[in-house]
Design a protein around this ligand. Structure first.
Ligand code: HEM
Length: 230
């Protein structure tokens, strides 16, 4: 891949974390569903017998939580809403029709930011309630009523997160080039200009500043040519 006209959108460590987390999330979601719907045999095929699911589901769930927290630390600062997001919302129709050019959009648009905070909120609810429910190690320390409430909110948060993840994957397919960007890390300048114009301008400013510095460096390093009068 020629990276000359490409912009780095997602560093390797975040991409690696995202895709590992996606695989583990699918395992956790399907194994969780198999506990709720034991009659649906398809869900049960994922992690094996119910005993095995009871052991593995919480462990894999904790790994998903840790990976999402890592993504939180790496990406939270790009997901803080700002006043440009109001413009995106006002022009929502245009955005839906793929005519977002001219609307200043940062690294992530407000839809993505909203999704980011919902994912982080729901995974935190799942983690806390999951801990309370963890029969093998924790749940004995809590009264039955608290465990019941935890089970209720764990189920609600799980349904919410599964639906959000499906919506998120759909959006990623819809915006052509974004999955490729999450795999290779790089997006084309045209893609960045079309979908995230304000971020594109920031990145370009950095590229030009770097080029300017390099030019000045090579100028100062090259020996001066003396022009003697004939
Ligand atoms: C097959 C399913 C999935 C696909 C195809 C997918 C695709 C993507 C893509 C393409 C991006 C980068 C978006 C961009 O650069 O503008 C992204 C970011 C992200 N994804 Fe996924 N994803 C999937 C599943 C998940 C799941 C299950 C979660 C968590 C529950 C998740 C959490 C995230 C987060 C937190 C980001 C960063 C977004 C931000 O900072 O606003 N993804 N995903």
């Amino acid at each position: 891949m020629n990276k000359k006209n490409m912009i780095l959108r997602t560093p390797l460590i975040v991409r690696f974390c995202h895709w590992c987390m996606v695989c583990l999330f699918i395992l956790t979601a399907l194994s969780g569903l198999s506990l709720f719907f034991p009659s649906i045999k398809l869900f049960g095929l994922v992690l094996g017998t119910p005993q095995l699911v009871r052991t593995l589901h919480p462990i894999i769930g904790c790994i998903v939580f840790v990976m999402l927290m890592f993504m939180f630390l790496k990406l939270a600062h790009h997901n803080i809403p700002n006043k440009d997001d109001i413009l995106w919302l006002k022009n929502f129709k245009k955005v839906i029709m793929g005519k977002e050019e001219g609307i200043p959009i940062g690294k992530y648009n407000i839809g993505q930011k909203f999704l980011f905070w919902c994912i982080m909120g729901l995974i935190s609810v799942l983690f806390v309630t999951g801990m309370i429910m963890w029969r093998r190690y924790v749940s004995d320390y809590f009264p039955v009523q608290v465990v019941r409430i935890a089970i209720f909110f764990h189920s609600l948060a799980a349904i919410g997160l599964i639906l959000l993840a499906i919506g998120h994957a759909y959006m990623a397919i819809w915006v052509k080039g974004s999955i490729k960007g999450m795999i290779t890390g790089y997006v084309s300048r045209a893609w960045a200009r079309k979908n995230h114009s304000a971020w594109y301008e920031q990145e370009m400013k950095q590229v030009y500043q770097k080029e300017l510095k390099n030019n000045e460096k090579t100028k100062s390093e090259s020996p001066e040519i003396e022009h003697k009068p004939a």
